[in-house]
Design a protein around this ligand. Structure first.
Ligand code: CA
Length: 226
């Protein structure tokens, strides 16, 4: 389980990180609203813990912006603001739950489990740089321009986007996208052809190349070349 903690207070952030890691969670900490927004829209996450009192921008703004972008990841507000109107505002802005500081760590864990049970953690919108893939509508846009993909190209891109920043082997694509035994070596060429076509379609003017080949290993979807 991967959790993003958006918290500017170093002590609180470190406490959450250590405590959650001790419970087996994979934890990312961001101290700013901008950093948190970026992580929430680019990483594959199961849950976000969001502080409201952040420097420069309010956590509620981030929450609204994330939901407007279609982010479905469960978000749990963890804040010192305890007024009823703050709670209502938080929940109305798209938070899944609201926990007031100071809190017992056990309560946080229980609420996290509850939110995780409830929420489908699969994000609807997968994003990388100016590329966006809508899982429900099965559409892809780059810099706001619609890109037409075949069913297989779409599945290939969705698979890569869910694993952005990780190297994906041809064997993994054979098994998971083509759903064939990884031993069928003949698929290697088919995969390469699909990757080339996908690359051409995504490679629109003025946008950075996103699909990279890692020689002898596989493919890597990310903004920077490996
Ligand atoms: Ca704060």
């Amino acid at each position: 389980m991967r959790v993003l903690v958006i918290e500017d207070e170093p002590k609180v952030a470190a406490g959450l990180r250590d405590g959650l890691q001790g419970e087996g969670y994979d934890v990312i900490v961001e101290a700013t609203a901008e950093g948190g927004f970026y992580r929430a829209t680019t990483e594959e996450l199961d849950l976000v813990l969001l502080d409201l009192g952040l420097p420069a921008r309010d956590g509620l703004e981030i929450l609204r912006a994330l939901r407007e972008r279609g982010l479905k990841t469960p978000i749990l507000i963890v804040t010192a603001r305890d007024a009823a109107e703050d709670r209502v505002l938080g929940l109305d802005s798209g938070a899944d739950d609201y926990l007031v500081k100071p809190f017992a760590f056990e309560e946080l864990l229980a609420r996290m489990r509850a939110v995780l049970r409830r929420g489908a953690a699969d994000p609807r919108l997968l994003m990388l740089d100016d590329l966006a893939l809508d899982v429900h509508e099965r559409t892809v846009t780059r810099a706001g321009v619609r890109i037409e993909l075949t069913v297989r190209e779409f599945e290939l891109l969705q698979y890569l986007m869910k694993r952005q920043g990780q190297i994906v082997s041809r064997d993994a694509l054979t098994a998971d996208v083509w759903r064939e035994s990884a031993r069928s070596t003949t698929l290697s060429n088919v995969i390469d052809v699909h990757i080339a076509r996908l690359r051409r379609k995504l490679d629109v003017a003025a946008s950075a190349p996103l699909v990279h080949t890692v020689r002898g290993v596989g493919f890597l979807l990310r903004k920077e070349a490996p």
